[in-house]
Design a protein around this ligand. Structure first.
Ligand SMILES: [Zn+2]
Length: 434
């Protein structure tokens, strides 16, 4: 065995299920377990892929580690064994994949894998395509069951090897194993304090308008809470204010969350296909209607006259009140994922407001008194002098909404959706020490 250190990227995906485990936890555990014979040399990577993919478990997340070690075979063996033993393999939707890339391969695989990463966030990739890619690049990989996790594992490796994308951070605290599946104990006041002390460098910890904690999940997985923000120091500072049950371990990830990486600019509605996410400009062409379940929907028309439904679903809470103020003729740009020919609005930019009129009964041309309706389709009549009129009057009324950029509240935020406060603050990360 040589004494040389070698670097290696390890990508892992799809070890979790709705019932337990979490790929990010496995990553944090591996980083700690490997520390005796491999050193993590950059922040672990947490990558969110296309949010419309139906096979995803919870958040469609995959992870990657960049380590430096003397014995890569030993690292690969340990990781493969842990993925095999800790994944929820009994669950039909859990199909793990693991990829190992050694430093002599970094340069040759980087262009293909960074492209693969971007496609996996925006597009739909098949398991066969992922297998072809891994074989073409001569990568060491291991798949379990149908191997769907290979898609995310390759993507996370691509993210780790490619510095040219906007990123944010998330600090994840994990519960001790005995607590998994039981109610979480995190002090709400301490989370509001953490938010006050670090916002806007951190975000989506709490939802002030809806008076809700949003950074504590309710599923059976090991995550206790997650703090999202612009850099490692900000999320770790916020975490220092949190009072909670015992934490088994914590890990700060670099992520593509809050970057809008999933969005494609759409030139028109004819370009739109399901299971993709878009930025689309158009004109409101129906009054927003609130349907059963509390979802508010309006129709949007593009320059070619094509139409598509746009929805502010019930979980977007107060955002729906804004959407209900729209009227036909308003010009907007919607940001969101498309499923079943409906845009699930994450953000909306109102760029032009139509004039809004109120229809009034006319004033009597003879005596000036406001006339009354004479019955359906029969015009108006003056009660005082009996004059009749068929014409109505209309008056422009002030709009209750202003042009501007609006977003769903933190409690309804999609992982990949960029917060308005991040616009203009995107940064290009620097690839870690090489
Ligand atoms: Zn009159």
């Amino acid at each position: 065995m040589s004494n040389e250190h070698t670097k290696m990227v390890i990508g892992i995906d799809d070890t979790d299920s709705r019932e337990g485990m979490c790929t990010t936890y496995l990553c944090a555990l591996l980083r700690d377990e490997l520390s005796s014979f491999a050193k993590a040399v950059s922040d672990p990577m947490l990558v969110r892929l296309n949010p419309t993919i139906p096979y995803k478990t919870r958040g469609n997340a995959s992870v990657a580690l960049l380590v430096e070690c003397r014995e890569p075979e030993k690292v690969m063996e340990h990781v493969t064994r842990r993925v095999a033993t800790m994944s929820c393999l009994d669950n039909e939707n859990t199909n793990p994949g693991v990829v190992f890339i050694t430093d002599e391969q970094f340069g040759t695989v980087r262009p293909d894998l960074s492209e693969f990463f971007r496609r996996a966030v925006r597009d739909v990739i098949t398991i066969d395509e992922a297998k072809e890619m891994a074989l073409k690049l001569c990568l060491r990989f291991q798949v379990f069951k149908n191997g769907r996790g290979l898609i995310g594992a390759l993507s996370a490796c691509g993210a780790m090897l490619d510095p040219e994308w906007d990123h944010t951070y998330e600090y994840l605290a994990y519960r001790v194993k005995d607590s998994w599946g039981t109610p979480r104990s995190v002090d709400d006041d301490s989370l509001f304090k953490a938010d006050r002390q670090t916002y806007p460098d951190t975000w989506d910890t709490v939802d002030l308008f809806n008076d809700m904690v949003v950074c504590v999940p309710h599923s059976a997985d090991p995550v206790l809470y997650g703090i999202r923000g612009k850099d490692r120091s900000s999320v770790e500072k916020a975490a220092s204010f949190v009072r909670c049950e015992p934490v088994e371990r914590a890990c700060t990830f670099r992520t593509n969350q809050g970057t809008d990486m999933h969005l494609l600019p759409a030139g028109g509605i004819s370009e739109i296909t399901g299971m993709h996410s878009y930025i689309l400009e158009g004109q409101v062409c129906s009054m927003p209607a609130t349907i059963r379940g509390g979802h508010t929907i309006f129709s949007l028309q593009d320059a070619e006259g094509q139409k598509i439904d746009c929805a502010a679903f019930e979980p977007t809470k107060n955002f729906r009140e804004l959407v209900r103020q729209l009227i036909p003729g308003d010009r907007v740009i919607v940001y969101g994922s498309v499923t079943e020919r409906t845009v699930n609005i994450e953000k909306i930019k109102i760029i032009g407001l139509a004039s809004k009129y109120e229809v009034l009964n006319p004033l009597c041309p003879c005596c000036g008194k406001r006339m009354k309706s004479a019955g359906s389709g029969q015009g108006y009549r003056c009660r005082k002098c009996n004059t009749k009129s068929m014409t109505t009057q209309s008056k422009e009324v002030k709009r209750a909404v202003l042009p501007g950029f609006y977003e769903v509240p933190p409690c309804a935020r999609r992982h990949l959706a960029k917060q308005l406060l991040r616009f203009g603050k995107e940064d290009v990360p620097v690839f870690p020490s090489r």
